[in-house]
Design a protein around this ligand. Structure first.
Ligand code: SF4
Ligand code: SF4
Length: 69
């Protein structure tokens, strides 16, 4: 399994809900932009909590199969 996460910074309000909602957490707020950014994507387990809790729909989580699996 591979996980591809896309953050649409235009939609992000920096409310940190994705940080609170991620069990790792894979996100932190970029101090320069005030937007969410991925810092631990390799540890992502693909639970999609972040996508569900984001109130503006800024996060998209795609689960893809690795070639050959
Ligand atoms: S939950 Fe959505 S709006 Fe809030 S910081 Fe995360 S990406 Fe941005
Ligand atoms: S899919 Fe789950 S583990 Fe991955 S970034 Fe989102 S909340 Fe965190």
């Amino acid at each position: 399994m591979a996980v591809k996460i896309t953050i649409d910074e235009r939609k992000c309000t920096g409310d940190e809900l994705c940080i609170d909602g991620c069990p790792i957490p894979c996100y932190q707020i970029n101090e320069e932009t005030g937007k969410a950014m991925l810092i631990r994507q390799p540890e992502c387990i693909g639970c999609k909590n972040c996508e569900e809790v984001c109130p503006t729909g800024a996060i998209r989580v795609e689960i893809t199969e690795e070639a050959g699996l």
